[in-house]
Design a protein around this ligand. Sequence first.
Ligand code: FAD
Length: 417
Amino acid sequence: MVFNLETQRGNCVNTEYDSIVERARRFSQDIVRSRVADFEENGVSKEVIQQMAEQGFLRSIFPIEYGGLAVDALTYGRITEEIGKGCNSVRALLTVHTSLVGETVAKLGSDEQKQTFLPVMASGEKIACFALSEPEAGSDAASIQTSYQEFDDHYVINGTKKWITYGGVADLFLVFASKDEKTSAFIVERNMPGVTTSPMSGLMASRGAHLAEISFENVSVPKLNMLGRAGMGFSFVANTALFYGRYSIAWGGLAIICAALEEMVTYSRSRVQFGTKISQNQLIKAMIADSTTSLHAGRAMCEKIAEMRIKGDQRAVTETNIAKYLTSKAAAEVSSNAVQIFGGNGIWNSYAVERLFREAKVLEIIEGTSQIQQLMIAGQALRDYYRVALKKHYPNSKSASDKAGLSEAKNKLVASV
Ligand SMILES: Cc1cc2nc3c(=O)[nH]c(=O)nc-3n(C[C@H](O)[C@H](O)[C@H](O)COP(=O)(O)OP(=O)(O)OC[C@H]3O[C@@H](n4cnc5c(N)ncnc54)[C@H](O)[C@@H]3O)c2cc1C
């Protein structure tokens, strides 16, 4: 994928960055944390979604001319982390609304599209979500069945999307549909005739994130609403969106690692067994050491990709895949350590680690499963770390197939979520 990454240094002065991150921290601690149980039961409330908009979090990284605050990528990552520490389902709103849809429209939209959609998304008047996956198309996103037809002044979309985060409450859907095996992206509005959403229940995690199935039955969409050029839905729009989305998930993973570490350290210093605090046991310390190492490695990686985005470094795309893979895997391991350190209390929903453990697992599945990240990372590594000078030391090696398989694998993964 060729991704033209522009410099993303924001326009605010540093004190404003700090204040919005500090606001996110307070909002997460004071408002979000206390309501997590309710969100898990009833979904993140409209009131909290509106507060996220009023506080500027939803529009933080949007350009100023479209109602945004134009914070830089590092500040946006830190906002994501702070919100994610409070509740992963609330953090998911930033991922779908601000990153997957908002940043993509800001990057690829026409002037008219930006004027039409970004200010109402910035104010929270309209909430947006990302609708690529289908019942029969997940990792292999190129196999989507949702189709579109083209007419003189509009398109007609038919199909069903599944697992759509905030699909139950969103007003705008970034929908991917195919025609003649070529995929295009459209912004579809909830109030367009033929759009219906059904909430998904029985979920292990993301219970607050209003997951929904969405069906499109002969939905007529104006020509204005095609995002990017016809047929460029995967190579351009989905990959751009997933770059922003994975950036957000990387910081979301960091949030869970940090929250789980704070929980395990605090609990282990108060729980007494065999007449001593459990934190004094070397086996407990080993889990704390591993978890701390994961936090520091994850933070270094997240700050690295933020800096790469700020500098407009093209390698940010691959590094973001690595960061997403690293922090989601580490979040699953660290939250598992936290449950272990809490013992029986760890699986009781009176303690936060039970939820952190469930939420961490989701990060290894969404926006490209860990296996898909591994395939992409390995594909890049097989190019970057190949050394002709070393090869001569290997007996019986043949050169004919050096490149075989690499481009084929790359092409297949272009469309993977
Ligand atoms: C909580 C949640 C929120 C979501 N939100 C959204 C959303 O907002 N919008 C959206 O469009 N989608 C969303 N999704 C869907 C998500 O993107 C898919 O679940 C994900 O891409 C995996 O697809 P799948 O579930 O169909 O699994 P499959 O693709 O069927 O994969 C099943 C298993 O096979 C493995 N696998 C598949 N292909 C390969 C391969 N080539 N090599 C090795 N292993 C492979 C996978 O890694 C996985 O372990 C969400 C999912 C969840 C669970």
